[in-house]
Write a protein that binds this ligand. Structure first.
Ligand SMILES: [Ca+2]
Length: 407
């Protein structure tokens, strides 16, 4: 069922029921969808079969009277066309995410020492994951992003056939989290798809990996940074993280055809593939695979085992690479030797915020000044470019910022 159909059906239910509801329910939301209410009653038996107590179920749904339309809207959003490499990495690995990562490394040092000792996972990888997943917890403060997890999952289970199976499983897991008392229903918040807390675990992953690192008796990835980071460390450890090893290396390639397959670093070295930094590989017996995410002329990488372990978090090469690159920079490296192929002059994080502010002053942009160039920012840039008679490429470039400063 499309969102439009759901909305139509929803509107129908409202028209038919609004009068009687208004009379019967003078307080509380008046526009309950009776189909959804029936679904909630019907799913109770499934949840109980899955080990959830009736009391926990009723308590969790006590204040949920209708679906969350925002969840359906977000579920409907089509993924973007394959974005160029710079577009993905510039929004994630930048001066701000590195600087805050270094601040957090100092602030949480005693806990990071303990987490590293217990799980053997590099602290910089954990900090990078924290940045990637929630911008070091910043998104948890945003009411426009955070939703009630039980309501989100019930919405998807009821009204999104593509995600219904996933959502039913996650909903039962979420109810079981409430049942353990780790968190109460008013604080069980997450993304529209049910990813929760500082490090964005879906309920079943939470059940597998959540850790009470600070020892207060609750596995609280929403409010405890030690719990959240230890939970990520536990996931990586259980998926085979090799302690004391990195994720991979930026390399330079010899001319000619690219070698393929998995070889030891010693074999790669013999083929003329060396570290871009000029430093030696750390362990020549490690097996590695070559990745060239931006094609010839862009940066090249040799990935070792821990790269695929990071993909247990999110099964995408570019995700794992962004985590690795950000971790290296938080640890003190200067970033890529060979930059992404970017057809314009890059802006700093602050300049990207300035770009957004100036677009907003022109009445072209309504989003946050978060330095993240998503669809809203790109559309605004293109509108400005059209107005100024420039090529409408939507790039967050120094060129376009200079034009904005002049206007
Ligand atoms: Ca705890």
């Amino acid at each position: 069922m499309s969102v439009r159909n759901v909305a139509k059906r929803f509107a129908g239910a409202v028209t038919a029921a609004s009068l009687s509801l208004a009379l019967l329910m003078p307080s509380g939301p008046a526009f309950a969808d009776s189909g959804f209410r029936q679904w909630v009653s019907g799913f109770r038996a499934t949840a109980i079969q899955g080990g959830v107590s009736g009391a926990v179920y009723d308590q969790a749904f006590r204040d949920i009277r209708d679906i969350d339309p925002v969840v359906l809207e977000k579920a409907q959003t089509q993924p973007e066309f394959t974005a160029p490499a710079w577009d993905y990495f510039d929004n994630r690995v930048h001066d701000q995410s590195v600087t805050v990562g270094r601040q957090m490394a100092r602030k949480w040092k005693p806990w990071l020492d303990r987490i590293e000792a217990r799980f053997g996972v590099d602290r910089n990888i954990l900090l990078a994951i924290w940045s990637m997943e929630s911008n070091y917890g910043e998104i948890l403060k945003r009411d426009d992003i955070m939703r009630n997890v039980v309501r989100s999952l019930a919405t998807l289970a009821y009204a999104d056939p593509k995600r219904a199976k996933f959502a039913r499983t996650q909903l039962v897991a979420a109810l079981k989290i409430l049942q353990t008392g780790d968190i109460d229903e008013s604080h069980l918040s997450g993304s529209w798809a049910g990813a929760m807390g500082h490090t964005q675990f879906i309920p079943t992953s939470y059940q597998h990996y959540a850790v009470d690192m600070d020892g207060n008796g609750k596995r609280d990835i929403w409010n405890s940074i030690p719990d959240a980071l230890a939970t990520s460390a536990n996931l990586l450890k259980k998926n085979g993280w090799q302690a004391g090893k990195t994720w991979g290396y930026e390399v330079t390639l010899p001319a000619g055809k690219l070698p393929a397959g998995s070889k030891t670093l010693a074999q790669w070295q013999a083929l003329g593939v060396v570290r871009a930094s000029g430093k030696p590989f750390k362990n020549l017996t490690d097996k590695a695979t070559l990745k060239v995410p931006d094609g010839r002329g862009g940066p090249a990488f040799l990935m070792i085992r821990n790269f695929s372990v990071i993909k247990a978090y999110n099964n995408a090469d570019k995700y794992a690479l962004a985590v690795g690159l950000l971790a290296d920079e938080i640890a003190g490296s200067n970033g890529l030797v060979q930059d992404w192929k970017r057809p314009f002059t890059k802006l700093s994080f602050e300049e990207r915020q300035e770009l957004q502010k100036r677009l907003s002053q022109h009445g072209l942009y309504e989003g946050k000044f978060d330095g993240k160039i998503g669809d809203g920012s790109k559309t605004a840039i293109m509108a400005f470019q059209a107005r100024a008679g420039l090529t409408q490429d939507g790039y967050p470039s120094l060129e376009v910022l200079k034009w904005l400063r002049r206007k």
